[in-house]
Design a protein around this ligand. Structure first.
Ligand code: WTA
Length: 656
């Protein structure tokens, strides 16, 4: 087994190029390289031309107003996102086309045509109005991957109430913080959701979260589980979705929103302990996500498109809901786990619905690799014609495996780089014209001004590495951090004059291709989920036994990165093995299981610089079992001696 792997690795070092297959290139939505020059010469004209394909109540007066770092796109334009995602399709042949194909984990399914989606959304919009939700009020959605989630998002968009979707994997306390930061008036949840056959008790978490959320007036509960599963409802506050929607009138005129009105807030981890509420607005966002979705996924009228992300993350917002529906596509959503009931669940779904475009994450691909090609081989994947990845750098081995075993060697792969903050894909191939290099997200999308710069903000020469920045605004960019514009300025726009700093390191090769290397700040990307080291550190020091903690990301074969926590215990506390699982559980309880550290390493001291900064690079070396590099800037060089890899391993619980 080891030999072919080695041979493959050698091949990969050869910098292989994959040209667009000829039959694909001939039918592609974008066939002309000229699109790059055109957009570069006049980005505003390029984006204005894209915005024309949306329905506007009132056209904009000005494409872009740029007062760095604050941008307004399509100034004074007026439109409604729900109208663009639903109503306008009803006048066309899309009326009875499937908008959402939903597959529940236990095997139940539901297909909503655009017409049916219209009825669901307008009725729920009326429900929200009946609960007193007005234009501008915030609504928090804490739901599993069920159709009611996009329905509720679109209902909010219809009445101009920004939504804040909180991923169902977050714990009560994390949910509470997000509700309070947004000052949400209504929370929408479900009795539970399915995950590997187990019930995730969402409403129970909401009840705990709502012990400290004075802004919340009503809770709407979707009955997903029902049966003997008990859900206590609080009189006067909690209402069942099905009771409300049954009584709600059909039709609800969409609000005419300003292009710059807030569409949603989405919380993401940053370099400080508190998650940031990333604000996305209406006109530029919808223009950005619909254009990239159409061009990058080469969307055709009869495609069946499946993005496997959870709508709790930005990928689901932009590329399950808003981009695809604005384009009148059929978007598949799946509730559960890829290995339930068996390890071929994804491939079974592709076979069942004839999925043509698949968008997933490198961590999932590495998991499938581990499970072996026999699982996809059991299913008919011949409907697939294009594959996509997002969320973290994809290693060439995983790229090749995906290409061969899922794409049958015939499907282009679009490796798409972007962030919660960018709202839309910014670096990606255009599959009909871009030659692919496994592991590279290739080149910036037309009209996008990305660069790799050095410490001083100067562009690095081709063939070198540095920091990934964006030098001009793009339509779907975040507009601010909710309630904290200063933080928006500091976080993204103050490292170098006039540049947006992504937080990512990148390399630029001789052909001008971008290779994103990963975060260079205190954000850790675990299985494609962003986690701030500070959030996990504050959760740890909140435990009564912990005096100090430092969290780093270490390399992990499947997840890309895993969390390793170095913990100093309080005087007199014994470092017993049971404490390791107790601390892991504690973090999961406070933030959610996605933040559960892989390793807890007890230590007597942490390596710090003379100015008191923890030297995370050294901790990473320890966690990854490397010999320690340069330690000359350490305040107390003896600390590293006690942190030798061997001892650390023994303390981590694996060794004893
Ligand atoms: C990483 C997810 C390499 C990157 C859409 C970024 C990637 C962070 C890629 C944003 C990619 C995302 N190649 N790295 N194709 N896509 N990343 O906000 O570090 O959850 O800064 O948005 O994921 O994560 P977020």
């Amino acid at each position: 087994m080891a030999q072919p792997e080695k041979a493959l690795e050698a091949l990969l070092e050869e910098d292989r190029l994959f040209y667009p297959p000829q039959d694909f290139a001939l039918q592609a939505n974008v066939r002309d390289q000229g699109i790059y020059q055109g957009a570069q010469k006049d980005p505003e004209a390029f984006w204005a031309a894209q915005a024309e394909s949306l329905d506007w109540y009132k056209r904009w007066d000005q494409v872009l107003e740029w007062k760095p770092p604050f941008a307004k796109w399509f100034v004074n334009g007026r439109l409604n996102v729900a109208h663009n995602c639903i109503d306008r399709h009803l006048k066309t042949a899309r009326k009875n086309k499937a908008a959402i194909i939903w597959e529940g984990e236990p095997g139940d399914s539901r297909i909503l045509t655009y017409q049916q989606l219209y009825y669901e959304v307008t009725r729920f919009a009326n429900v929200l109005k009946g609960l007193g939700v007005k234009r501008g009020d915030r609504v928090t959605l804490y739901l599993p991957m069920v159709p009611e989630l996009p329905i509720a998002m679109l209902a909010c968009a219809r009445i101009g109430a920004p939504h804040s979707v909180v991923f169902g994997g977050f714990a009560a306390e994390a949910l509470r913080d997000r509700i309070n930061d947004a000052q949400a008036k209504v929370v929408i949840t479900a009795d539970g959701g399915y995950r590997r056959g187990q019930v995730v008790p969402l409403k129970k978490n909401v009840d705990m979260a709502l012990e400290g959320t004075p802004s919340v007036e009503k809770v709407v509960v979707v009955r997903r589980i029902g049966g003997p599963f008990e859900t206590p409802m609080r009189q006067g506050r909690d209402l069942w979705w099905h009771d409300l929607i049954g009584a709600a009138p059909l039709h609800c005129p969409p609000e005419e929103m300003d292009a710059e009105d807030m569409l949603y807030i989405l919380y993401t981890s940053g370099t400080t302990g508190k998650p940031k509420g990333v604000v996305h607005t209406t006109g530029g966002y919808l223009t950005g996500v619909s254009t990239t979705h159409r061009m990058i996924f080469d969307l055709k009228e009869d495609d069946i498109y499946w993005c496997t992300a959870d709508i709790g993350w930005v990928t689901g917002h932009s590329y399950i809901v808003y981009g695809p529906l604005a384009n009148g596509a059929t978007s598949v959503m799946y509730e559960g786990a890829p290995d339930f009931p068996a390890r071929d669940r994804f491939w079974a779904i592709i076979e069942k619905y004839g999925v043509t475009l698949l968008y997933t994450a490198p961590t999932a691909i590495r998991t499938f690799m581990k499970w072996g090609p026999q699982w996809p081989e059991r299913r008919d994947l011949s409907s697939l014609r294009l594959l996509g990845t997002v969320g973290e750098p994809i290693n060439p081995e995983a790229w090749i495996w995906y290409h061969r075993h899922i794409g049958g060697g015939r499907c282009p792969i679009v490796d798409t780089w972007w962030q919660t903050e960018t709202g839309m894909i910014l670096i990606s191939p255009l599959p009909g014209i871009t030659s692919l290099k496994p592991g590279s997200a290739t080149v910036p999308f037309p009209g996008v001004d990305a660069q790799v710069v050095d410490e001083n903000g100067r562009p690095v020469p081709k063939g070198s590495g540095g920091y990934l920045v964006l030098k001009s605004p793009w339509p779907a960019m975040l507009r601010t951090i909710y309630g904290d514009p200063q933080r928006y300025v500091n976080q993204y726009w103050s490292r170098w004059e006039g540049m947006y700093f992504t937080g990512d390191g990148a390399k630029w090769d001789e052909d001008g291709y971008f290779w994103v290397l990963g975060r260079v700040d205190d954000v850790i990307n675990v299985a494609g989920h962003r986690i701030g080291t500070m959030e996990v550190e504050s959760a740890l020091v909140d435990h009564p036994t912990v005096a100090e903690a430092a969290v780093i990301g270490r390399a992990h074969e499947v997840k890309g990165q895993a969390l390793a926590a170095f913990v100093i215990l309080k005087e007199g506390v014994r470092a017993v093995p049971e404490l390791i699982s107790e601390l892991k559980e504690h973090v999961a309880r406070k933030i959610g299981s996605l933040a559960r550290p892989e390793d807890i390493i007890f230590t007597a001291e942490l390596p710090k610089t003379r100015s008191g900064k923890i030297m995370r690079r050294l901790l990473r070396d320890v966690a990854e079992g490397r010999s320690l590099g340069d330690t000359t800037t350490l305040a107390d060089p003896t600390v590293v001696a006690t942190l030798s890899a061997k001892e650390a391993k023994a303390w981590s619980g694996e060794g004893g």
